[in-house]
Design a protein. Structure first.
Length: 281
């Protein structure tokens, strides 16, 4: 009978359309999963388009569960480090030893903690020790020398540390932060005067340390929650003695100014129209 045949055709057609629809949903889910598998510490973007390739030793991507960074083999310091901060990351473990990063490609010089000894500069964490101390693997990751740069004590223990503490105070209030920090320029003034390199020339001393903080209302928000009214903090602090008692707010700048200084595209994953507004503040 004709109606039986038509019913069968409709059923088969429906099944085929259903299968196509399911596989499309499956593809979309897979794509979004791949995006989420990407290091969440890099949510805001990869400022220098760093990749983990032997052909880019001055901009070499190191991606870990605790942070992502661009390492500069020839300077022996990170160009920038990017990380997420919320209360869940915070702990109270004691500080481990600084250690050379043995994960670097074969043949690359591994900066040693001893390269800083007697230099007049602190072993300055870019992502701070106290932002990653809830379990031993987190602590060890931030004490690798690839996260360290020669930092004048008055910068490191003065306004730089004040801003780090302020960030942790924000996350204890329930905020979630995305932070990118790095080094710019050449030559700083440590306890033994001006230096452009330490560690027998293996470690470059930057002229300043800079940081960008994007403040979100609570953990779990994403890129689309970053709007023209999202709070951002940007600072650039000279890598010099003599600033210990200055306030971190004295060194405020704009993200636009930091982009000009570094040549990086900061917050590159944020909607361009939003970048235009919050980077100019
Ligand atoms: Mn420090
Ligand atoms: Mn930008």
């Amino acid at each position: 009978m004709a109606w039986v045949r038509w019913t069968r055709i409709w059923l088969i057609g429906g099944l085929i359309i259903g299968a196509i629809a399911l596989s499309l949903v499956g593809c979309a889910t897979l794509v979004s999963q791949i995006n989420r598998i990407g290091n969440p510490n890099l949510l805001l973007g990869n400022p220098s388009a760093a990749i983990a390739s032997l052909s880019t030793p001055e901009n070499y991507l190191i991606s870990r569960p605790q942070y992502a960074l661009s390492y500069n083999r020839d300077k022996g310091i990170p160009n920038w480090v990017s990380w997420q901060l919320n209360a869940n990351w915070l702990g109270s473990l004691p500080r481990p030893e600084f250690t050379a990063d043995t994960s670097l490609p074969k043949g690359w010089y591994q900066v040693s903690p001893n390269d800083y000894t007697g230099s007049g500069f602190d072993r300055g964490h870019v992502i701070p020790a106290a932002d990653r101390n809830r379990d031993p693997s987190d602590s060890q990751a931030v004490f690798l020398m690839t996260n360290i740069l020669p930092q004048a004590a008055d910068n490191n223990r003065g306004p730089w540390e004040q801003l780090e503490s302020y960030c942790r105070a924000l996350v204890k209030q329930g905020k979630e932060l995305y932070i990118i920090a790095g080094a710019a320029g050449t030559g700083g003034i440590g306890e033994k005067g001006r230096q452009s390199v330490i560690g027998r020339g293996k470690v470059a001393v930057p002229a300043s340390t800079w940081k960008v903080v994007v403040v979100l209302d609570r953990p779990g928000l994403g890129l689309t929650d970053i709007t023209a009214s999202t709070r951002v903090i940007a600072v650039n602090m000279p890598n010099q003695q003599g600033i210990k008692d200055r306030k971190w707010q004295d060194f405020k700048t704009s993200i636009d100014a930091l982009e000009k200084l570094t040549g990086y595209d900061l917050l590159s994953n944020v909607a361009p129209a939003v970048q235009t507004v919050i980077e100019a503040l």
